[in-house]
Design a protein around this ligand. Sequence first.
Ligand code: TXA
Ligand code: MG
Length: 535
Amino acid sequence: METLLLKDTPADIKTAADIIKNGGIVAVPTETVYGLAADALNGKAVEKIFTAKGRPMDNPLIVHICDLEMLERFNIYREFTDKAKLLAERFWPGPLTVILPKGDSIPDETSAGLSTVAVRFPSHKTALALIKAADTPLAAPSANLSGKPSPTTAQHCINDLMGRADAIIDGGECEVGVESTVITLAQDPPRLLRPGGVTPEQLREVLGEIVIDKAVTDRLEEGRTAASPGMKYRHYAPRADVFLVRGESFVPFVSRIADRDSAVICYDEDKDKFDLTAYPIGKKTDFHSHTHRLFDILRQIDDTDIRTVFAPCPPKDGVSLAVYNRLIRAAAFRIINADAYVLGLTGPTGAGKSLAASEFKKHGWHIVDADRLCREIYKKDSRVLKELSAVFGKDILTQDGGLDRKKLASRAFADNESTRKLNEITHPYIYEAVLLEIEEYSERGFDKFILDAPTLFESGGQRFCSKVLAVTAPVQKRLERIIHRDKITQEEALLRENAQHSDSYYTEKADLHIVNDKDENTLIEAVNKLITEIL
Ligand code: TXA
Ligand code: MG
């Protein structure tokens, strides 16, 4: 299909309107995002939108009007309640979509067979001109390919829909930048289904009580039906892993944990503080800039090889709720806490790390055990199993899709190169699990953590720590301990000892150091002294 590139001129609007009247589809700017429009009353035309976007047919479209009079003239609704009137008066034209009982003229293709219809009166002059010239309500979802962020520039539409739409009208950047607020009046009290440019606070001023659907901020629980069909679809997932970071220490924390494949989305005032690729999203309190820039930034990042992206966790009120709603999905609901105090704990085997850790635990610290997390990941993270089997052979997986750890070990520890590959695959997953466990326990009230990791330095885990404590002990003491603890022979213990680093390997890199060369009580005393110092 040839795609006409049109401008925002009366002649081009007429061309676009003719395409619509003949059952074609046109990408058009609105104040929120670009829409892919067809005659909402023409089922065949509307079907083309679904094909062009690759959108599931059971996800209904929004019907766009250019004046209130159209609502009745085209028999769009069955009932326009007082609440609908109040919303229309206050927020239309503008970025608000209202769900109403559906009128007879709306074909099933537009409403996906529902008894309700979503209606919006946009404020963008180009959208209004097109609706007026076509003289029919326009069904228009966002003009992106399904699975991509909504388009906020004509170039985004060109990237997604060239050869798939009849025309694209270039009307510059969309001002709001995120899709409209969606509220349903088909329930009482009204329910907010999607946050956007019109805020919950503004809606409450007009409607009194409204309910914010749980799916706006939280993962849709399995088995629960979505209040809006759009909620159940897996949303846009960026190529990179995105993490939302909460807490005051955003800049130092991200600077510490970022590696060379990372980028950061940040406030304008912080953009020069990072030694990594930074995407400024606007001044910290310029919330409109955040919605305006968000999707373009996500699209830019998708065009790079960046593997990890950190973004400040937006507040859950005002227009920021819309940014939170889009970003938390892009982040697959991963939030991490920049303000947690994390003390790395490392050292050679048998030095007394476990005893030290249990002493911290007695003082209310939460112990994050990297070895335990690694075992859990092997058990249940299908992403890591997929990557491992691609490198070490499909037969490292058992019949039921689990991991044959012995087989993996025999291959992964066969030579240095294989071990390097194993670590390259597993470490990012382990540290993701570390960050998520810290967040989970922060939510439960913990603020101090031990990251217990024997290979903390080798794995680059130091960057996840506020400070690192090394526990070492004389070789003879350590040998005695592991012979006793693991019930092994002197020879086996010596063999293990040979694989250990020297003490200086740990002490040179660590910030704090305890030599466990006397008895247990002395170690416990040393730990207690340290805890008082840290506090
Ligand atoms: O800002 C916007 O709303 C843009 C511009 C182009 O107007 N449009 C847009 O459309 O974002 P779309 O299709 O990408 O999102 C519409 C959302 C979907 O999540 C859909 O499931 C929901 O609205 N929706 C539509 N009709 C509905 C209905 N009758 N009941 C519940 N949800 C509905
Ligand atoms: Mg959409």
